[in-house]
Ligand binder design. Sequence first.
Ligand code: ZN
Ligand code: ZN
Ligand code: FE
Length: 745
Amino acid sequence: MNKKFQIKFFGIVQGVGFRPFIYRVAKKLNLKGFVKNRSDCVLVEIETTQSRLNDFIEEVKKNSPPASKITKIEIKKIKASRKFSDFRIIHSEKLNEKSIFIPPDIATCEDCLKELFNPKDRRYLYPFINCTNCGPRLTIIKDIPYDRVNTSMSKFKICETCKKEYENPLDRRFHAEPIACPECGPHLSIFPEIQDGLSDFEIIKKCAQILKNGEIVAIKGLGGFHLAVDATNFFAVEKLRKRKLREEKPFAIMVKDINSVKKIAHVSEIEEKILTSSISPIVLLKKKKNSIIAENVSPNLSTYGIMLPYTPLHHLLLNEIDYLVMTSANKTDEPICIDNQEAKERLKEIADYYILHNREIVVRCDDSIVSVFNSKPVTLRHSRGFSPAPLILSKKLKKVMALGGNLKNSIAIIKDNFLFLSPHVGDLENPLARDFFIETEKLMKRITSVDPEIIAVDLHPDYFSTNYALKKYKDRKIIKIQHHHAHITSCMAENGLTGDVIGISCDGTGFGIDGKIWGGEILIANEKNFKRIGHIEYFGLIGGEKAIKEIWRLGLYFLFKLGINNEIIEIDDKKREFIKKMIEKNLNIVECSSLGRLFDAVSSIIGLRHYSNYEGQPAMELEAISLNYKGKPEIFKDIVKGFNLEPYILISHIIDMKKRGYSIEKIAMSFHFSIIYGFIEICKRVKEEFNLNRVVLSGGCFQNKILTENLIMGLKKENFNVYFHSKIPPNDGGISAGQAYIAGS
Ligand code: ZN
Ligand code: ZN
Ligand code: FE
């Protein structure tokens, strides 16, 4: 007996090719009915028997599209009002049925690639080929719902052939909103123009030639422009560094294919999977010795940031040249360029040539960055390919918007049990980044249809985002959240945790509730409150913020405090005198408990470097040299005092090792392992006293693999349940998510 069923699919089921998939399954099983998008789910009605219904559900569960994630299926019998004559896809017309699920951009799929390089295909060598399974999404969307009219493809009138594909439910391009072909779609141009009437492919060939000549090309991509140079050409890379005002910060590399990646870096199975995934992020990979890559691409570090081509334009270009530096097109700290005119103005002192196209980029989106910790992927920059796919929370929370921190800013919105994290915004000290922040706030409100009553911000009184909210949202409830509490809850949110946990929150800088700079914190935290139970004991930042770049200030500070006046740090006497005076007069010394700053101090004391050229550089280099040490590290067990770590004792051990003539590799490794030992010891003491067994790690310092992997393993050995990040970055890019989780709770 046939009955009529209504089935609701919840989760990430919209904008991911779910309806055509349902259509194909229904056709295959010869079912009649319809499928349509609702604001909260995908709704299916079919008329069939119970056993056929079961087949249908099984098939959907088993083969659902790769970008989708079903979290719940509701099935109920309904009254048959009319008979279905076939199976149809019904389009949502009603405004209140607008879907809030905007899909992220997807790397070019295998099927499109085959067509791209097939001379018989009508899209042969066409740099804008895409289909339902791949292509631009978020970056071309102006408004919801996600239909072609609401994207920057609306200005391209679809040709008859494309239209047929678009309307055929059995075609791979059925409802592929950015569908295009050489006849009707976007095209490339080159500036300055070298020759009239070049085809797209000829432009790409020219571009490759220009790059091989060592010049810098700005290339318009998916979420913004890249600046490209030949990654094997030292002088080209050097030229880019000079013009971009980026002395040493590593550049990302785009590599032709996975085999070419393996020539320059070690790639594990899981790393290969991430590299070749539809997200196609930059993956941090261990360098191979004597690689062909110029040494100034990623100086003094043990890793390269590598990605594979993810647009057809990239595939065509990398077919001509194997290794390209592909770095966000901007001056240091500015947001990535997206507009042709904007690029020509802002990059005029950097780029020699521009590869442009006439498909507008609507949403700025940098490349995402992923690194693998203990065989698990961790997102370090959440942007293209990830955003705005929501994180699914364990329960429904209040509607809130969180405005994030100051560095690596991002914005988060919670609606029901979904947490939407914006693309990476960047450093809000920069005026252009502030404009981008405001742009992103609008975007997030628009695509989620949320106008929140509650706004969460950082406790820091001087943060741009905090003051922006206080001015703009006078009539709303504003919740100020302590930075390190937000770090811990960001990690709790993605692990579905509630209730008290031991939180180890370590980073460079965050504003503490006592007005001091925190950054090495042991918290007992839950999704609403926290108590600071321990920390790295305070030490002084001489000159406050200045000490972040001029890390010799920290090194000398410790020497004087410890009464060591000999020449253990090679540095000019003026600086010594200066620090001495500052300490004697107690001038402009800001107290801090930051692990990041402790890394800086150690770097300076062991003579690795006295200046930091970019955020995290001293710590990254300290990690890199530690990896060269193969012996047993020394562990300074006497640094644990109650629930605190004692930095002066730690530093005196380091100075002692230096005096005894140990290699800086061994000293660096001993520093790492002493910190690890200290945290494990403190966790044991906290467990003893408070009976807590769950440890949550978060904060920028946990981008350090030695620290994070060994701390996780050590804690597990002591039978703790340890939680770390996966989708939400451990650095300040995740702060907004943590703020939202607290405010929503
Ligand atoms: Zn495709
Ligand atoms: Zn066409
Ligand atoms: Fe932080």
